[in-house]
Design a protein. Structure first.
Length: 391
């Protein structure tokens, strides 16, 4: 075989953080007590039955066996605009302000590529979903990571961005509800964000992957609910978490028409179209009763309570996440995110995601996900208690 070197862009991409965690687990799995894997963000619940049935029907339709239209089927674009109107009171043009694609991942790597040129800066947060760094690399752009501090409710402080970075900033990429911290955006923060973006002429993307996952009746805000948001903003939505459809690969972006148009143009060249039957099933999910989505939130909320109440009972004084399906837990004194994750791995056979994987600022935290049953989470608490780390 002749070895062909990959492109500079591809060589710059880091090792996938979650893949590394999986490999470590795979190597150790046969050694004694089974592991509890609390590191993953892959929903464990089945897709609601009515959505699965709608896909089955859609597969039989001849129209779905041919190429679908480039911009997506009309029924799904209308379902998206109706959904945003019903859920958030936001009015959207189904042709000019909606783009569909194979999951949020495509949106958050695609939109920066349609807006950034080499040397531009993308503003992200530290910690953040690690793919944001890859997205900047694919765009041949630099990143400036705004620290998320617990003392500021894990919201960035725009006034701390250096002036020379502001001049070169061409995208602001946010993610609320936030992975990994579990934070929800406040109305005041959304307003501040839109004011900031308008003042400095920076397009803002909100990765709304955990849109439905707010606990204790706190419904997460859409950035587009903010006045003037569409003048500078787009939001990326996914079916993966709201409806447990992670494997189906369907997401969409809504908002600023110039960004949507550029994204649609890019996609026609880069990815082509989404399977029509998946589009029909997504339309069914968005148009049907949202009780299934509320039931999913209730399940995660019960799991969160089992985990957080349990950890507090054994003396680990942790904060309770208001949203997402992640708990972002400060590690006990004397540890950092990696050494504490190693301790749990080696002595409790529990896999958690070390916070350092989400950025330097995550180094005093570990991320535990709620995509495991209440029994498994309770067992994890028991295993941590047996380490006698607290009290
Ligand atoms: C913050 C965030 N954005 C995007 C995604 C990817 O979502 P999708 O399944 O729609 O590609 C994830 C998945 O875990 C995520 O955590």
């Amino acid at each position: 075989m002749v070895y062909f070197q990959s492109s500079e862009r591809v060589r710059k991409l880091p090792v996938n953080f979650f893949d590394q965690l999986d490999n470590r687990l795979a190597e150790s799995e046969h050694s004694g007590k089974p592991f509890i894997n609390l590191s993953k963000g892959n929903p464990d619940l089945p897709t609601p039955g009515h959505i699965v049935e709608s896909l089955k029907r859609a597969v039989d339709k001849p129209e779905n066996q041919a190429y679908p239209p480039f911009l997506g089927k009309e029924n799904v674009r209308l379902a998206i605009t109706d959904f945003y109107k019903k859920e958030y009171g936001v009015t959207l043009d189904p042709l000019k302000e909606v783009a569909i694609f194979h999951g949020a991942h495509i949106g958050i790597t695609g939109i920066p590529q349609v807006l950034l040129n080499p040397g531009d800066y993308m503003l992200i947060t530290d910690p953040c979903y690690p793919i944001y760094y890859s997205s900047a690399i694919l765009s041949q752009a630099q990143t400036y990571a705004m620290p998320l501090e617990e003392s500021n409710q894990f919201l960035p402080d725009y006034s701390r961005i250096p002036k020379d970075i502001l001049k070169k900033a061409r995208v602001l990429l946010l993610n609320y509800p936030n992975n990994p911290t579990g934070t929800l955006a406040t109305k005041a923060f959304c307003e501040e964000t839109i004011d900031f973006a308008r003042k400095y002429h920076i397009p803002v993307i909100n990765d709304f992957a955990y849109a439905s996952l707010g606990f204790d009746h706190n419904k997460p805000l859409s950035l587009l609910q903010t006045e003037h948001a569409k003048t500078v903003g787009v939001e990326v939505y996914t079916m993966s978490k709201t409806y447990d459809m992670a494997g189906w690969r369907f997401g969409f972006a809504v908002g600023n028409a110039s960004i949507i148009q550029a994204l649609n143009h890019f996609q026609m060249h880069a990815y082509s179209t989404v399977f029509g039957a998946v589009q029909d099933a997504a339309a069914c999910a968005l148009k049907s009763s949202q009780k299934c989505a509320a039931d999913i939130v209730s399940t995660y909320q019960r799991r969160r309570n089992v985990l957080i109440d349990g950890l507090r009972r054994i003396g680990w004084n942790v904060a309770s996440p208001p949203g997402t399906f992640f708990a972002w837990l400060r590690v006990p004194e004397g540890y950092d995110s990696q050494s504490f994750s190693d301790l749990l791995f080696d002595h409790a056979h529990i896999v958690v995601a070390p916070g350092i994987g989400f950025g330097e600022n995550g180094n005093q935290f570990v991320r535990i996900s709620l995509v495991n049953s209440e029994d498994i989470l309770a067992e994890a608490v028991d295993r941590i208690e047996a380490l006698h780390l607290f009290k």
